[in-house]
Ligand binder design. Sequence first.
Ligand code: AGP
Length: 610
Amino acid sequence: MCGIVGYIGHRDAISVLIPALRRLEYRGYDSAGVAIVNGTRLEVWKASGKITQLEEAIATASLAGGIGIAHTRWATHGRPSHANAHPHLDCRSRLAVVHNGIIENYRDLRRALAAAGHRFRSETDTEIVAHLIEDYSTDGLPEAVLRAARDLRGAYAIACLDARMPDTLVGIRCGSPPLVIGVGKGERFLASDIPALLGETRDVVVLEDGELAILTAAGSALRTLDGASVRRASTTIPWDADAGEKAGYPHFMLKEIFEQPEAVRNTLRDRADRHTGEIRIPELGLRDRDLVGLNRLCFVACGTSWHAALVGKYLVETFARLPVEVDVASEFRYRQPVLDGRVLTVPISQSGETADTLAALTLARKHGSRTVAICNVVGSSLAREADGVLYTRAGIEIGVASTKAFTAQLAAVILLALKLGAARGLHSPELIRETVKRLWDVPDLMAGVLERSDEISAIAARFVQSGNFLYLGRGIHYPLALEGALKLKEISYIHAEGYPAGEMKHGPIALIDRHLPVVAIAPEGPTYEKITSNIEEVKARDGIVIAVATEGDDEIRNRADVVLPIPRALVWLQPLLVALPLQLLAYHIGVLRGCDVDQPRNLAKSVTVE
Ligand code: AGP
């Protein structure tokens, strides 16, 4: 998705904007640009490609000026090109606009503006915003933006400036794309999300849907679309400046893979008492009697978060004997789900800004369902709009492929399942206590698995040229098969498919031949015999088997071509361990194939539009 940054203050804006854009690179993009007001002159520089190209373009420019906006574009309307790169200008090149989201009625507006004499330079929906504001600009920039917003339909976050008002920066948010104000000393920032502000400030004010921000070097003011004033205190973000650095790792993704033991510990901390087994999650906003009164739970999510939700189904049904539905948010929001006050809807999202998941939450609340979000970003839209929130504490996740957020989500759904089970009294306190005790052992076990990264890199080298992969899992490991396949395809561009292993005879077995690597998730547990039969079926047809198996399982060693061992653990805790070799296998194959594993092609870190 596109990245927006803005600055107004005592420094040269360019010295703030380019580093801030670099901190947004992880969102994925295809072009970049910057607009600065130098005196009363608007200066604009754009480049197709990476921020490095933009830096080369401005290398000889004297970009002085204490106010500016900048942008990384993830193409929606109009192909990646210099002309379509933001910022976009009005006819007189005095107004500049950057935008994240989609203006749904831009064609009608473009026709009307062109008929009124406006001249367009790009194919984008964004450019019409600059010309619309130009039409209203006699009333000053804030009022012009408010009036333009009343003509726009869609979901968008916009930052804009006017060379005739060099002391004012304006931002507006309508719908899901986020926009935050950074509060500094004698300076203010505007950004699509908090990582862009790391190193500049930790104090932010998050814009709600339908709000306009007016920034000067000395302060900021919020308005609703009908012009009413809004007061909102700033929030201090618990991330430190180097959270957005690689800390010696070659990629953010590898750093985040290795941060998973700590991410899980942090997510469990002060919520699961390893001695008494007590589960305390006050931020759920639900008392035990509310939990007892539930008759169904609905998980909704997208991508990797949906896989965590699928694991959650097994756990909640095991511990709480509560019926669970799991839906991808883009389906949930367009079907007619049967919800009421006895249903708990749990959207899961790392970013808390995924458009489909936000829409699913809105739909659930409209039907009277209680809602608890599982989310990784403090103050994100999802966290603010749900009745309760169970934060994963994975820290900032820069790699587009989600890793530590996923295992932190698994820890969160385990906590939720145990909490529900304890409240509903369907399991002995001893079982809950033993599970919590063993849960606290998992981070150290995870660290042990991560020590095998180099071994997995050597294994990966054997499969770099493979054209397809099949991932198989049963029971609680079926979602892990889906996740392993997603990790591989999104960072190595090799097609991979996750399948419930029991479905092999219903079709996928036709794919088996000596060219097809099959990753079989086969740790000890209730489905072990069945999955080893699947392995036999694959071997009988000359398939290649990579088995994720429990350490010391010699039987698997005699059957599989490759074994990725994990330590012994309770079956419902195994997903936290199984995820690691799958992530490392995908990572190393992606790196060996020369892929940009932190910013895979076509992908964005947070899908803030449909
Ligand atoms: C995960 O590796 C992917 N990048 C993607 O599927 C992601 O999980 C999905 O877009 C959901 O994002 P969210 O958790 O921020 O809502």
